[in-house]
Design a protein around this ligand. Structure first.
Ligand code: COA
Length: 331
């Protein structure tokens, strides 16, 4: 395929809800302990969206932030991609709500759902439109309100998830920088290990959940754990090898933030130093598609990333899906 342009990230943004939910508060809700949660997951607190706040509002703040960071007039945005598994409405999509709030009348907008791999899939999609010259500037907004699909009576899942939004403006970048490669995949045959029914559910789905709770997460934690650690290592190694590099050439890895032990296990498999792996899990919990863009925004604003840095974004999630992107930071 002819690539007319290189695609890269021009700006990042994020927005987390104000309200914190600490491990100590969870101790009052379910039979758990701060010690267990920290030891088994690395999470100390997560942010929770207010009941009366639409997710689109968080998403718009993250988007405005990213557009400001990219230094372009918002009218230059030609496509909006929403990445979420917890939209306010099935339709209008999150992307359409963001488009309306930004006043970008007429700009195409759609959501994609690859669960926690959402941002990686969305960036990979935006990359195609930029490389073939279809669009110059694309806004990706990844936002989740996982607290709305969490059963706070299920201690196996409720300690893990949080809410938040991350965004990125994707556009043309200098040759030799930007997205250098990607690996994406899905294993539908493993999908039953992590489910959130929506408009349809089976007897089995209902039996797995606490009575009366239909649209909440159910997960086989250990199956997902095993898949996640293996696939994050494999995808990272593949994406760097395809680019004729090794993990030693990477300045940072930005993994999906689900569990500190998954990250440690994956990094050990690829023999990469944990000090060069970005993590905010302790403060945010797992915010699914928003996890990586929030991390990127934090790292970028903290001045950690410089032009030419080679980084890998790597995620796994419901589906089960996975993806890794190799980027040469272009800002
Ligand atoms: N507090 C206290 N005890 C808990 C608990 C909690 N919040 N959650 C589970 N336990 C208990 C279990 O009931 C079990 O008790 P038992 O031995 O008496 O049966 C014990 O702790 C061990 O449970 P186990 O499920 O084996 O723990 P684990 O070390 O595998 O950790 C997860 C559980 C969920 C943290 C871990 O499997 C995980 O992170 N999986 C991946 C999840 C994920 O990333 N999902 C999102 C994908 S994007």
């Amino acid at each position: 395929m002819t690539k007319l342009y290189k695609a890269g990230i021009l700006g990042t943004g994020s927005c987390l809800p104000q309200r914190k939910l600490t491990n100590a508060e969870l101790e009052d809700i379910v039979e758990t302990s701060d010690e267990w949660i920290v030891k088994r997951t690395g999470i100390r607190e997560r942010r929770i969206i207010d009941n009366d706040m639409p997710l689109a509002k968080l998403a718009v703040r993250a988007a405005e932030n990213a557009i400001h960071d990219a230094g372009i007039p918002r009218e230059e945005i030609e496509l909006i991609i929403g990445a979420t598994l917890t939209p306010d409405y099935l339709c209008p999509t999150l992307a359409c709500s963001v488009q309306k709030e930004l006043g970008l009348k007429g700009v195409p907008a759609f959501d994609m759902n690859a669960a926690c791999t959402g941002f990686v899939y969305a960036l990979n999609t935006a990359q195609q439109y930029i490389e073939n010259g279809a669009y110059k500037y694309i806004l990706i907004v990844a936002a989740e309100a996982l607290s709305r699909v969490t059963d706070y009576q299920d201690r196996k899942t409720c300690v893990l998830f949080g809410d938040g939004a991350g965004a990125a403006v994707v556009g043309r970048v200098e040759d030799g920088t930007g997205i250098m490669g990607y690996v994406t995949g899905a294993h539908g045959e493993l999908g039953h290990n992590l489910t959130i029914p929506c408009l349809y559910s089976t007897e089995e789905d209902l039996a797995k959940r606490n009575e009366g709770k239909k649209q909440v997460v159910w997960m086989d934690g250990s199956e997902v754990f095993t898949f996640a650690a293996r696939i994050m290592a494999e995808a990272t190694l593949r994406v760097v090898t395809d680019a004729r590099l090794s993990v030693g050439d990477l300045d940072y890895i930005f993994p999906h933030q689900a569990n500190a032990r998954i990250i440690q296990n994956a990094v050990k498999r690829m023999r990469y130093p944990i000090e060069k792996v970005y993590s905010n899990l302790e403060r945010t919990g797992n915010i699914s598609a928003a996890s990586i863009p929030v991390c990127l925004d934090e790292a970028s604003k903290a001045g950690m990333l410089k032009k030419g840095d080679r980084i890998v974004l790597v995620a796994f999630g419901g589906g089960l899906t996975y993806g890794a992107l190799l980027l040469c930071w272009s800002r």
